[in-house]
Write a protein that binds this ligand. Structure first.
Ligand SMILES: Nc1nc2c(c(=O)[nH]1)N[C@H]1C(S)=C(S)[C@@H](COP(=O)(O)OP(=O)(O)OC[C@H]3O[C@@H](n4cnc5c(=O)[nH]c(N)nc54)[C@H](O)[C@@H]3O)O[C@H]1N2
Ligand SMILES: Nc1nc2c(c(=O)[nH]1)N[C@H]1C(S)=C(S)[C@@H](COP(=O)(O)OP(=O)(O)OC[C@H]3O[C@@H](n4cnc5c(=O)[nH]c(N)nc54)[C@H](O)[C@@H]3O)O[C@H]1N2
Ligand code: SF4
Ligand SMILES: [Mo]
Length: 765
């Protein structure tokens, strides 16, 4: 059915000199790269100029990918935790049998619905999540969550109500680009990020607005830099909206045609005292008016909010206010503006928008099907009869990445059974009853579902560079073995489906429909069944890609014209088959949909396909600003700590070996020149940080980009690494030893990690 590309060759025909195409998996961009391999070492990495989205671009981090692939602490055997906290090795058959039995026992002892699934993929391995969905389907697991529920669920709550869809900006073309609590120079988030930022900076006809508490590397390129007081964004955005009305800058006709509820919104925004709110935000009224005029004058405005908003006070409100801004200036569905987009597999669901269910234990809103991350441990550790009794964690490190590490560790101990699938021994694996070693992302087919391009959207299916490290298995195989062991899937089920798949996709589809009607769990097992059937017909190493056949069919059914416009031929199922074959065959990525800007409104899922501005909960929170201030500090904790800042050598917890870092080896605590003088601290001194939740010692870095009263620690530090075995050595501070699960947004339950009240003491001058 498909052909692979010819094996890579070089003039010398020396395998160590061949370039292999893949992607960098250290952030959501997944830039296309070419790699040289010597035995199992990644010896060189360069940008892939023929990659459809990144076109050769990479940042400095991609060069260091061998630290991921060949981390000295790779897991090579299933492990089982003993009473005393030590681990013994198990063979795979025993591990699969014991894990299966333990999970089934949770269902039979406590009734269905008490197992929780967490994770399902990091920045570049989202096929994992499709297999996790198979496990959930078979076991009836309804409780699930992942890192999105500690950053993007407030945004999803707002977007569900406003658009019924996820939206994204077109920064490569926007006349005005706004980065709101976002430092794309380091964190990226759209194709060829630094190139685009430099292009905007060099173009007099375009403007960049940066709203940040720190004068970031991005701020240095900005035309308008508003250095807000930490937590001041709601006041600032409210003042900008009020200025739009005050200066009569609304896109009135466009608003009338394309939105509903604008009267309520405009009435609310016109109440805002501009000068007072500018002051509360830490900027001047003149700055607010100047930036508002520039935004209103632009033909297109794109806005990127990120963690500076999503992990700070009023996070959900700011998510709404910034979208109200792009809407009230008419910048949706125009080239360079905001727009909804297609996804090969959507990572958000807006099915329950407006009637989100609540967690039976904690009462938190379950947005996009995800339990709020800050409530997961609280939903386990009490004695509530409905509490979660088992944790299945895959490709995530919640003990390190979620608020209050100590509480999550406790939760891992309090469940009947916990299972972790990872490539290395992590903080979370160290608490698990069973640890199953996965093949790395360069040892199997993988893909990311993050791509949000418009008008062209793309996807890059990767092929393995190397066979799985001995002792490891790809998640597809792990989940298939679990399904078989638990009795959900038998050889008799598979035989006719394998035979049908050999005759072609359409024969397979018909046979699978019949089989699932007779035995519904086969439908629930989706990805696993596809892996075992269609997977066998794919080129070597690509079996794990099989679930994308279904996703390609879905996309082609929903957007046939746009899939054809992207270069795929055929009608009905043939179109989906063609898209899938292209994905499997192509290492440079393929266009999956090609839109026109006129389609933007068709992508909205609101009842009348207009943008809804009337969200009463937001008007109530907006009114509440009158009695509040930006800072949440106290006399005991006078500083605001950003617990987890993106820097040049941070990559969540994907890189564990501290040697990968070329700068900032220990992850310094940054503080302002003024605060350093006051405290008598110099760069290199040790400094103690204390919050309500914990205390830690870091090395200080006096940094003139910081404002007084604001301090920051990088994310992804404080990881244990023990290449020689024994006690893991820690480098730097693990930010969530300092955070509390209760410090969170009232609507979405997302943490306020960028706004942790803290105090400082000098340890060694
Ligand atoms: N190098 C690197 N890149 C990454 C990652 C990584 O670990 N390392 N992780 C990836 C992931 S998972 C994500 S989610 C993204 C996150 O990407 P970003 O959100 O861009 O990253 P952060 O540095 O955490 O936070 C962004 C900015 O928020 C600012 N900030 C803090 N408090 C406030 C405030 O109250 N108001 C405003 N306006 N700004 C504030 C900080 O100064 C910082 O510059 O990065 C991705 N890219
Ligand atoms: N205080 C504070 N906390 C934060 C943040 C912050 O700014 N401040 N940032 C937050 C954000 S935005 C995010 S997204 C989260 C990220 O936190 P997590 O969602 O926990 O993700 P990662 O740290 O990326 O960990 C991914 C895991 O996947 C493993 N892995 C890699 N490849 C594979 C594979 O092929 N298969 C399997 N099974 N495993 C694999 C890695 O070893 C690692 O353990 O952290 C959050 N935590
Ligand atoms: S870290 Fe992100 S931006 Fe840098 S090369 Fe990797 S995928 Fe690209
Ligand atoms: Mo993230």
């Amino acid at each position: 059915m498909t052909t692979t590309e010819p094996a890579p060759t070089t003039s010398q025909d020396d395998p160590a000199l061949a370039w292999h195409k893949n992607v960098c998996i250290l952030c959501s961009n997944n830039c296309g790269v070419e790699m040289r391999i010597d035995e199992r070492e990644i010896t060189r990495v360069r940008g892939n100029k023929s990659h459809i989205a990144s076109k050769g671009y990479t940042c400095e981090k991609a060069l260091r990918l061998n630290h991921y692939q060949n981390a000295k602490t790779r897991l090579t055997s299933p492990l089982k935790r003993m009473e005393d906290g030590t681990y013994i090795e198990l063979d795979w058959d025993t591990a699969i049998a014991e894990v299966s039995e333990a999970l089934l026992a949770v269902n039979s002892t406590h009734g269905p619905g008490k197992i929780m699934y967490y994770g399902g993929g990091g920045q570049g391995n989202h096929l994992v999540g499709t297999y996790g969905a198979a496990l959930r389907g078979a076991l009836g697991i309804t409780r699930k969550s992942n890192a999105l529920a500690q950053e993007k669920t407030g945004e999803a709550w707002v977007e569900g109500r406003m658009y019924g869809a996820h939206t994204h900006g077109e920064f490569a073309d926007a006349e005005v680009s706004i980065f709101l609590g976002k430092n794309p120079w380091h964190s990226h988030g759209f194709d060829e990020t630094r190139r685009v930022l430099k292009e905007i900076a060099a173009d007099d006809s375009r403007s960049m607005v940066v709203i940040d508490v720190r004068r970031t590397e991005t701020a240095d390129l900005a035309d308008y830099f508003l250095q807000v007081t930490p937590g001041g964004d709601a006041f600032l955005m409210a003042a900008i909206l009020a200025t739009l009305i005050d200066e009569d800058l609304l896109a009135t006709d466009w608003i009338g045609e394309n939105t509903v509820g604008s009267d309520a919104a405009i009435a609310a925004f016109s109440q805002i005292p501009i000068a007072e709110y500018a002051t509360k935000a830490g900027v001047t009224e003149d700055e607010v008016r100047a930036v508002t005029r520039r935004i209103a004058a632009a033909k297109s405005v794109s806005i990127y909010e990120d963690l500076g908003i999503e992990m700070a006070p009023h996070s959900t409100l700011v998510s709404y206010l910034q979208r109200a801004l792009s809407t009230l200036v008419g910048s949706y569905g125009v080239p360079g503006g905001m727009t909804a987009h297609t996804s090969l597999v959507p990572i958000f669901s807006y099915g329950a928008t407006g009637k989100e269910p609540t967690d039976p234990v904690t009462g938190g809103a379950i947005i996009s099907g995800l339990i709020p991350c800050n409530e997961i441990a609280q939903g386990i550790t009490g004695d509530h009869p409905e509490r979660t009794r088992a944790l299945f964690i895959e490709s995530a490190n919640p003990v390190h990445s979620l608020a209050d590490s100590a509480l999550f560790r406790q939760a891992m101990r309090d469940v009947d059974v916990s299972v972790v699938i990872d490539v290395v021994m992590t903080e979370t694996a160290l608490e698990a009853d069973y640890v199953l070693p996965a093949a790395s992302q360069y040892e199997k087919a993988e893909i990311t579902f993050f791509s949000a391009g418009f008008p062209t959207n793309t996807a890059t299916m990767r092929a393995p560079l190397l066979p799985p490290l001995e002792g490891t298995l790809p998640e597809a195989e792990i989940h298939s073995r679990l399904a078989k062991e638990m009795g959900f899937l038998t050889d008799e089920d598979l035989e006719p489906l394998i035979a049908a798949a050999e005759r072609g996709y359409d024969e397979f589809a018909a046979a699978y429909m019949t089989a699932a009607a007779a035995k519904p769990v086969l439908g629930a097992l989706g990805a696993v069944v596809l892996y075992e059937t269609i997977g066998r017909t794919l080129p070597d190493g690509m079996a794990m890609a099989a679930p994308m056949w279904f996703s390609a069919q879905q996309l082609a059914m929903r957007f046939p014209d746009q899939v054809r416009a992207a270069g795929h031929a055929g009608e009905d199922s043939a179109l989906g088959n063609a898209l899938f074959d292209a994905l499997v065959a192509n290492r440079d990525g393929v266009a999956i949909t090609q839109h026109e800007h006129g389609d933007s409104f068709n992508l909205l899922r609101t009842p009348d396909q207009k943008i809804n501005l009337d969200i009463p909960e937001m008007f109530a929170e907006l009114a509440g600003l009158a009695d509040s201030t930006a800072l949440r500090t106290t006399d005991d904790f006078p500083f605001v700590l950003s617990a987890g800042e993106r820097r040049s050598f941070t990559a969540n917890t994907i890189m564990r070996d501290p040697a990968w870092r070329k700068k900032d080896p220990e992850g310094a605590l940054r503080l302002s020149v003024g605060d350093a003088q006051q405290l008598g601290v110099a760069t290199g001194d040790r400094i103690r940080i204390t919050t309500e939740a914990g205390t830690a010692v870091a090395v200080a870095e006096v940094n003139d980009s910081m404002q007084d009263g604001h301090i920051s620690l990088p994310n992804g530090l404080g990881l244990g690494y023990s290449p020689a075995g024994g006690e893991p050595e820690l480098t730097g501070v693990a930010p969530n030893e300092l955070t509390s699960a209760d410090w969170r947004d009232p609507i979405a339950g997302t943490p306020w990690h960028k706004h942790v009240p803290a105090r400082l003491e000098v340890v060694s001058p």
